[in-house]
Design a protein around this ligand. Structure first.
Ligand SMILES: Nc1ncnc2c1ncn2[C@@H]1O[C@H](COP(=O)(O)OP(=O)(O)OP(=O)(O)O)[C@@H](O)[C@H]1O
Length: 208
């Protein structure tokens, strides 16, 4: 089982501490949602936990059955869907999924065709991503995170741009995550995390 351990981590931009003294043990098999007002640091904390941004202070470790995972291999463990993660819009959906699986295979050996079907986008397989609606693009981003074979799934503002059918699709995909996966969410929309047993307010880590 995978665990992320944060010991006293903090992030400072110029002279401003965004958060400090974050101590967390995040265990696979469940989900955690980070909540807080706009600008409170949810995205920054998720980026740190994903290993995409260095902490200014503290220690972050990934453990697999109590053995440390080399930070150089953290990226293999994580799939992230977020507003700041861009899709390659010149590619068709088919090309994007085929390209994606060359560096991150899909779960359960899903083919690009099967992934497109799960995205409810079979009809759009040969369309360039730049011609997708914002809701279709959001489903693609979420799908790359949900269907990649990575134990850690990070979703920042997961239902942005989704209509009711899209939001229902999102909840269905969450239900189908594997028991060995760890789901981390950044949100300020309660219906996005109504299933989540661990809701953490990032305001607790603000320095005064
Ligand atoms: N690269 C950066 N340089 C300087 N400040 C930054 C940078 N990135 C983020 N910040 C600041 O860090 C703080 C937290 O931003 P962050 O995007 O993590 O908040 P958030 O809680 O995810 O907000 P939202 O709900 O609006 O998405 C903000 O004050 C933001 O201006």
């Amino acid at each position: 089982m995978l665990t992320i351990n944060a010991e006293g981590i903090g992030k400072k931009y110029r002279r401003e501490w965004i958060f400090r003294r974050v101590n967390l043990t995040l265990q696979a098999g469940t989900s955690y949602t980070f909540v807080g007002p706009n600008g409170s640091g949810k995205s920054t904390l998720l980026q740190l936990l994903a290993g995409n941004l260095p902490a200014t202070e503290g220690n972050l470790t990934y453990l697999q059955n109590n053995s440390l995972i080399d930070p150089d291999n953290w990226f293999r463990q994580v799939s992230i869907a977020a507003p700041y993660v861009e899709l390659v819009e010149e590619l068709t959906l088919d090309e994007l999924l085929t390209f994606h699986q060359t560096f991150k295979p899909f779960r359960n050996k899903l083919t690009p065709e099967a992934v497109a079907e799960r995205l409810l986008l079979t009809q759009a397989r040969h369309k360039e991503i730049k011609y997708f609606s914002s809701g279709m693009k959001q489903r693609v981003k979420l799908g790359l995170a949900f269907f990649s074979n990575s134990p850690i799934v990070i979703l920042d503002e997961p239902t942005s741009n989704l209509d009711r059918q899209g939001a229902a699709w999102y909840h269905e995909q969450v239900r189908q995550l594997d028991a060995s996966q760890l789901l981390l969410i950044g949100s300020n929309q309660p219906e996005e995390y109504d299933f989540c047993p661990n809701v953490l307010d990032v305001m607790q880590w603000k320095t005064r």
